[in-house]
Design a protein. Sequence first.
Length: 115
Amino acid sequence: VQLVESGGGLVQPGGSLRLSCAASGFTFSSYRMSWYRQAPGKERELVADITGAGGSTNYADSVKGRFTISRDNAKNTVYLQMNSLKPEDTAVYYCYFRRWGNDYWGQGTQVTVSS
């Protein structure tokens, strides 16, 4: 099983980024996929998740209306489109799923929102 995030970087407040998580080693379309983030000195928190078929999504209140999670099951990839970014969105963003009681995390991608 492998989850590889990409797309992070430095962006000004109000800007946008799209994160990608390429998955391999499991039946991607069968699992809910999630994005978490962890800011310095804070606990890791759920940002958004999406069901296997992509029909249902869930967002943290802090990102509702600004972030959109989506997936392409043909490409085994889940995305996080982040718009209207704020300095408080600065964190390492992780891709995650759970299978058979085991947690799987990507290595994370840094997002820094600063002028």
